[in-house]
Design a protein around this ligand. Structure first.
Ligand code: NAI
Length: 710
């Protein structure tokens, strides 16, 4: 796990080498072995200095969050943090030079080891990422990162790294002072050894252990005062206090900048404990780290189906979605036949990839040869015969049953019997679309999100006749193109569109009740959603929502339940001709020369209640959040979603449900099933049956159950 050798020149090398894992990580075993090796090197009088290295392409990727906190009591977390601090201080004060030889990525606890060493030398590896991303899973760097980074590079530079969890490449890290040298990969260990052999006693002392050390931009300096004041205000505006880790990082850096390092790391350990035991961290670690990891490993893949290798796929429709999928598939090295009804449209679809790749070349993130090789994989065409040999065809033509049926038949005529046919429809039930297919067992939904190159989620929809084998092979495809799959059963709006719509509709309903639109939008953002429901409606397009609504009404007949959002939508689209952002006017105005503004005519179109009768913002937040969770519970009850982890992952990655809430299901656990049911009953009484909790939740409340074990 940790190799230890001392060479003839008295240079010890401690090498991280966790052979049973793809990456080196900090866990109970590796920390103990590292501590052991450090102890040996310090005790051995013949050892002049120590290289901390890695036998893998990367250094250490961070802490193993799955096993690290077996005991999540505050005392256990605090003790864990203080133990690491003691070890790291031992290195800093060993009186021997320690140098981190960093071949690749060093993140979180991995980079904190580097910060502890007296020098950091990193290989010129363009794939390497360096940083402290803990905040993105609700934690703070708990092994000295909040104290050593500001001491090394100053508060002003360190705060954005810590608060945004930014990861930078070696050259950027060098520019910021986060590392000391960038060297060719082959010279890494040689350079580290040279440094040790030339090191003076001052080299093995940290600046902050030297007399008269002053931290740059510390709290009581004029620059520090300005940074902390502005930083706090910005943080508040961005997070609305929903992310305790960010607030705790601020406090750590502020308080830590006023004291010596040994006091500072105790302060950090205290705040780390507060973070690690918070609901936000538990939710974010569970959903963003553990559940996403399991989804990426295809935890729900039907067993016993051999893995499908992909080399060639077809895409029908080279519009916005088809072009994006072609980019994703070619990025994974697949040949793509991109078909549209005219050559011009097909070429335009390919040009989308050219544009994205050109940008990467211009930013020096990609070599021109690599761009050309990827573009050569995409064949734009109108000729169905080119689909021969495709293992999978994804249809992304207009949202029209007849057109979809037509292209399905034409494509299938060219395909081998085993090939899969997938539809990227966003609203049409898969089982119905499969009626056009000669082999409905091989027919499936692959619902991508826009823009495809940025959105990591794919919602896989099983039709009634979709086989296990098709599902398994479709999951292999999603993995191949490095996206995260969730699996759902066929239903109107599937899972993501169905639940997402409840957020938007609740916003429109609030408007219909006379609630101030600014209050609605702020409540959405304060709830932790990326944008308010009215802005989101504009982005989706009010016209599209209206069209889908009319179709749903027609399909459901008497079973259709109207809510307050319907007249708002009809009014906006049919009477006011304000159809959304694309047209430059919806709930907002979109001036070409400035920021969007709520439309000044809203108050007249939807008369507002007097100020004294406006609801409390917390009540509005509750409605906007709870409606999504209660609809998710219905999806679980109806078996539209089978795995609660998929529901959580899909809600965060699909439509930006607040990560600190852990997803729509974790949110119910965080509130507590019983109180959640009681609050929904109260909401239902006041606002309508859409809040009525389904039987599944009532039963769980009665039996004292929760969705996740803890
Ligand atoms: P789009 O209008 O940008 O592209 C559709 C493309 O299909 C056009 O290039 C059109 O020329 C082509 N096409 C139409 N009829 C054809 C035919 N008979 N043969 C070959 N090509 C034909 O539409 P977009 O937005 O890319 O949507 C495509 C599909 O993806 C729809 O089913 C939509 O519901 C679904 N979808 C859309 C999302 C979005 O955010 N726009 C998100 C997820 C799914």
């Amino acid at each position: 796990m940790i190799d230890y050798i001392v060479d003839g020149d008295g240079v010890a090398t401690i090498t991280w080498n966790m052979t049973d894992r793809s990456m080196n990580v900090l866990n109970e075993g590796s920390i103990a072995a590292f501590k052991d090796a450090v102890g040996k090197a310090i005790a051995d009088k013949t050892v002049k200095g120590v290289i901390v290295a890695s036998a893998k392409p990367d250094f250490v990727a961070g802490a193993d969050l799955i096993t690290l906190f077996k005991d999540t009591s505050a005392k256990a977390v605090f003790d864990f943090s203080m133990d690491l601090h003691k070890l790291f201080r031992t290195i800093e004060k060993a009186g021997k030079p320690f140098v981190a030889a960093i071949p690749g990525t060093a993140l979180g606890g991995g980079y904190e080891i580097c910060l502890t060493c007296h020098r950091r030398i990193v290989a010129d590896n363009p794939k390497a990422l360096i940083g402290l991303p803990e905040v993105t899973i609700g934690l703070l760097p708990g092994a000295g990162g909040t104290q050593r980074l500001p001491r090394l590079i100053g508060v002003r530079n360190a705060l954005p790294m810590l608060l945004e969890g930014r990861k930078v490449d070696p050259k950027t890290a060098l520019g910021m002072g986060m590392v000391d040298e960038v060297v060719p990969p082959a010279d890494l260990l040689k350079r580290a050894k040279e440094w040790i052999l030339a090191a003076t006693p001052a080299d093995s002392q940290k600046p902050w252990d030297q007399k008269g050390y002053r931290m740059k931009d510390a709290a009581m300096t004029p620059a520090g005062a300005q940074t902390f004041t502005a930083g706090n205000a910005m943080l508040r505006a961005k997070t609305f206090g929903n992310y305790p880790a960010a607030q705790h990082i601020m406090s750590c850096v502020y308080e830590g900048s006023l004291v010596d390092i040994d006091t500072a790391i105790r302060i950090e350990a205290r705040y780390f404990t507060a973070c690690a035991t918070s609901d936000a961290a538990r939710n974010m670690i569970r959903s963003l780290f553990i559940s996403v990891g399991e989804a990426n490993k295809l935890a729900n893949r039907p067993k016993g189906v051999p893995t499908q290798a992909y080399s060639k796929i077809g895409i029908l429709g080279a519009g916005m979605m088809g072009a994006g999928i072609a980019f994703a598939a070619s990025s994974a090295g697949l040949n793509v036949v991109l078909l549209d009804s005219t050559q011009e449209a097909a070429d335009k679809g390919k040009a989308y990839s050219t544009g994205l790749l050109d940008k990467r070349v211009a930013a020096k993130k990609l070599k021109p040869e690599a761009r050309d090789a990827q573009l050569a994989l995409i064949t734009p065409t109108t000729d169905y015969a080119l689909l021969k040999g495709c293992e999978l065809v994804i249809e992304a033509v207009f949202e029209d049953r007849a057109i979809k049926a037509d292209v399905t038949k034409k494509a299938e005529a060219q395909l081998a019997a085993s090939a899969i046919f997938a539809s990227n429809t966003s609203t049409l039930p898969i089982t119905g679309l499969a009626e056009a297919s000669a082999r409905p067992a091989n027919f499936i939904g692959l619902h991508f999100f826009s823009p495809v190159d940025k959105m990591p989620l794919v919602e896989i929809i099983r039709g009634k006749q979709t086989s296990d084998e098709t599902l398994a092979r479709a999951m292999d495809f999603v993995k191949k193109i490095r996206k995260t799959p969730i699996v759902v059963n066929d239903s109107r709006g599937f899972y993501t569109s169905r639940v997402f719509a409840t957020y938007v509709n609740e916003g429109l309903t609030l408007l219909s009740e006379g609630v101030n639109p600014a209050l609605i939008e702020n409540a959405g953002k304060m709830a932790g959603m990326p944008v308010g429901p009215l802005a989101l409606a504009d982005e989706v397009s009010l016209e599209l929502m209206h069209r889908v609504r009319q179709q749903t009404k027609k399909d459901l007949g008497a079973a259709y339940k109207a809510d307050g959002s319907e007249p708002v939508l009809t009014n906006m689209v049919e009477k006011l001709a304000r159809i959304g952002k694309k047209a430059g006017k919806g709930f907002y105005d979109y001036p070409t020369d400035g920021k969007k503004r709520l439309w000044s005519g809203l108050a007249q179109a939807f008369p507002q209640k007097p100020e004294a009768e406006q609801p409390d913002v917390q009540d509005v937040i509750k409605r906007l959040v709870y409606i999504q969770s209660v609809e998710t519970a219905r999806c679980l009850e109806e078996k539209v979603v089978i795995d609660v982890r998929d529901a959580d992952v899909g809600s965060i990655m699909g439509w930006g449900f607040p990560p600190f809430r852990g997803g729509t299901v974790s949110n119910i656990d965080t509130v507590g099933v019983k109180p959640f049911v009681a609050e929904c009953d109260a909401l239902a009484q006041k606002h309508g049956t859409r809040f009525t909790p389904p039987k599944l939740l009532r039963d769980m409340a009665t039996e004292g159950k929760r969705f996740y074990a803890a």
